[in-house]
Design a protein around this ligand. Structure first.
Ligand SMILES: Cc1cc2nc3c(=O)[nH]c(=O)nc-3n(C[C@H](O)[C@H](O)[C@H](O)COP(=O)(O)OP(=O)(O)OC[C@H]3O[C@@H](n4cnc5c(N)ncnc54)[C@H](O)[C@@H]3O)c2cc1C
Length: 396
């Protein structure tokens, strides 16, 4: 077989584990223990101090290239940052959107937009944490979304509604997907959608209204209403009508990053369950002597290890510029399921104490569950694998 020098090799280096990043993130997380997250959970508050500490340490600019003021790290290093937050018992949802929504600006924004926004985001002076895609009536069927952006001179006028727009109350900028050409007028339903970078500091009160949603987890999530919101035409990212493609371009990175969060959760649950199983004595022996307690934890550990290997493969392919849709989706599926199995094992191991808030297990259990629904639900990943990997007919 001849060697093609232009082909980049994807290498999974098992020793590349970013120990210095892990230690650095662990040091920050040590200042934000379970009690901190529990208090926020009860008040449905935002972890502003934690976000500031992560920003100051440069972790949230991991994926912004150095020329725009970031640290320019590989995707896997960014994933490790999120993973360590979750493995420490915390939650990175307040910070993670910046990592993946920023990628759309980086890949498809103009040089002027990149120079204007990326250094400010890297320095933490501008927060890009809101991502407005999901709508109440269209759900996963994104191309049917109804929010309209109509060009009017040197502005766009936006009308419509988003739902589950997380962190909108704590963000300065929103990456918004809206329809610029009606569905009936496009050849393919994926056309006619556009991406905008909306400055929320001027939008709120001038056509944009944000209402918090009371949710099962503290995710600072909201409904956002657009009523004749007028934004400058240069808020458009890339070309008008190509926005759906731009959002899809960022999906593999997003899948890989959020898989790391599940992996961190799975590690926290396995560690917490194993410790308790070794210490808790019932019937004069540690409960961990019972196979009924051991086996679910051991199984969750095996699933966690398998998910981590797939995640390493996805990141290696991504980094070498090779297609990684299959691996990114498999990582998302396997890591969310590993976290859920580990969460269940940890709940069961702790018996009634799992329900006591001070153990953090019920909080982490609620938080881990979301990854089976958002940002993409398990069914849609299975549908992707069936269609794009196994060649089965499209089911929707
Ligand atoms: C805590 C939280 C935070 C979120 N943050 C954001 C955010 O910041 N920005 C944003 O834009 N969105 C956000 N979301 C929305 C999230 O991405 C969606 O909830 C998710 O993609 C599922 O969409 P849906 O809720 O409309 O479900 P629906 O599309 O209504 O689907 C309902 C169920 O039916 C299944 N289903 C639908 N169609 C098919 C099919 N063809 N085959 C098999 N099964 C199918 C789905 O898998 C799902 O289980 C968030 C959601 C939550 C819960």
């Amino acid at each position: 077989m001849s060697h093609d020098p232009s082909r980049t090799h994807a290498v999974i280096d098992l020793d590349e584990d970013y120990p210095e990043i892990r230690e650095g993130v662990q040091r920050i997380c040590a200042d934000y223990p379970g009690a901190y997250w529990r208090a926020l959970d009860e008040k449905e508050a935002y972890p502003s101090e934690f976000v500031q500490a992560m920003t100051d340490a440069g972790y949230l600019s991991a994926l912004i290239p150095e020329q725009y003021g970031g640290t320019g790290l590989p995707l896997r290093a960014a994933g490790v940052i999120l993973e360590e937050v979750h493995a420490s018992g915390g939650n990175a949802s307040a910070t993670h959107a910046q990592m993946y929504t920023m990628g759309t600006v980086l890949r498809h924004g103009s040089e002027a937009q990149k120079r204007r926004y990326l250094p400010e985001i890297a320095a933490g002076r501008l927060r890009l944490q809101a991502f407005g895609v999901t709508e109440p009536t269209t759900g996963t069927d994104t191309t049917k979304l109804r929010t309209r952006a109509m060009r009017d001179g040197d502005t766009y006028v936006i009308n419509g509604q988003k739902i589950w727009t997380s962190r909108a109350l704590y963000s300065d900028l929103m990456l918004l997907l809206a329809r610029t050409t009606p569905l009936e007028e496009v050849r393919r339903k994926t056309e006619g959608l556009s991406v905008f970078l909306v400055d929320m500091r001027t939008a709120v009160g001038n056509g944009m209204t944000i209402r918090p949603i009371k949710a099962m987890i503290n995710h600072n999530t909201t409904e956002v209403f657009f009523d004749n919101l007028r934004i400058p035409a240069d808020s458009l990212i890339g070309e008008e009508g190509r926005g759906f493609r731009y959002i899809l371009d960022g999906m593999n990175a997003e899948r890989i990053l959020v898989s790391h969060e599940s992996l961190g959760d799975a590690k926290w649950f396995v560690r917490t369950a194993s410790k308790y199983a070794g210490e808790r004595v019932v019937f004069d022996r540690p409960i961990g002597m019972n196979q009924g307690i051991q086996f679910p934890i051991a199984r969750a550990y095996a699933q966690t290890q398998a998910a981590e290997l797939m995640l390493r493969k996805a990141a290696a392919l991504f980094e070498s510029g090779r297609p990684c849709g299959e691996e990114a989706n498999l990582s998302k599926l396997l890591s969310a399921e590993a976290a859920w199995e580990a969460a269940e094992a940890c709940m069961q191991t702790h018996g009634g104490f799992a329900y006591a808030r001070e153990y953090d297990i019920e909080r982490k259990w609620r938080e881990a569950r979301v990854q089976r629904t958002a940002p993409i639900s398990t069914n849609l990943i299975l549908a992707y694998i069936a269609e794009h990997v196994l060649g089965l007919p499209r089911s929707y």
